[in-house]
Design a protein around this ligand. Structure first.
Ligand code: SAM
Length: 246
């Protein structure tokens, strides 16, 4: 039985009320500070065009994340190359030992400045550890290749693929561990955590994103409990369920 806890609110407030040492890994995708505006046509009933707190890199939470992790804990933080210094400083100034930069190769490139920059095909993830962390299985490599969520399937402007989050979570934690995402957006980390047999704690400030996360994670919990097993006894293909998307 996978359990999970979701909080609608500011992660700085919610994390301050959580028990120290209650989390195995923090896996998160904070506002990068790039004032991101989705280029595709936006259905305003589904999400706000810009995410909250994205004017500058959102900092001030890594110290609490450190306190919440066990001594065997670690952290994975999505970011973009041009705000790397801010996020490395945020982790290192809060005792995390930053050990790796991971590349998410998105297989296909995005738009960006068509004439003035290389076509962007990757995002970055920082890996930091506490003193007693060890990898649960084979040593993972620093490049993860995984298709982005197709634009027409996006439920959140910055939504990450479930398969990427599943691979990351499996590389740093064991089944039964608890994963925390203080900036869960549409809840992708939670979906991946439950589908890989982990427990999950998620926090999201925006009401509409929170509602989407609740729905997706509830469905993942049902699947993880075997309620979506097909007639041949195999699990259903999660990618084909509307609230999962890749
Ligand atoms: C980059 S998005 C996460 C997207 C997510 N990985 C997904 O796949 O849907 C960052 C999220 O952090 C939320 N956020 C911003 N400030 C926050 C805060 N102080 N506490 C909790 N969530 C916050 C934003 O509303 C946004 O949904």
């Amino acid at each position: 039985m996978n359990d999970y806890q979701l909080f609608h609110g500011d992660c700085l407030t919610v994390m301050a009320g959580m028990e120290a040492g209650s989390v195995s890994a923090v896996v998160t995708d904070p506002p990068y500070g790039i004032d991101y505006q989705s280029a595709r046509r936006i259905d305003k009933s589904k999400w706000k065009p810009k995410i909250q707190n994205d004017k500058t890199p959102f900092l001030g939470w890594a110290g609490m994340a450190y306190q919440l992790c066990t001594p065997m804990g670690c952290i994975l933080v999505f970011y973009r190359w041009d705000v790397q210094t801010a996020f490395v400083d945020e982790l290192e100034q809060n005792k995390w030992v930053v050990k790796s930069q991971i590349i998410w190769d998105k297989v296909s490139h995005g738009m960006g400045d068509l004439n003035g920059e290389f076509a962007p095909q990757h995002e970055n993830i920082l890996f930091g550890r506490k003193t007693e962390f060890t990898f649960p299985g084979d040593r993972p490599k620093t490049v993860f290749r995984c298709n982005r969520v197709p634009p027409e399937q996006l439920l959140h402007p910055n939504q990450k693929p479930v398969s990427l989050l599943s691979a990351l979570i499996e590389s740093v934690s064991n089944p039964g561990d608890t994963i925390l995402d203080p900036f869960m957006g549409s809840g992708t980390t939670g979906v991946a955590a439950l589908l890989t047999g982990r427990h999950f704690i998620g926090i999201e400030l925006d009401e509409s994103h929170f509602a989407i996360a609740q729905a997706r994670i509830a469905r993942a919990a049902q699947m993880a409990d075997g309620q979506f097993v097909d007639k041949q006894g195999k699990s259903s293909d999660t990618d084909n369920l509307p609230l999962f998307t890749q």
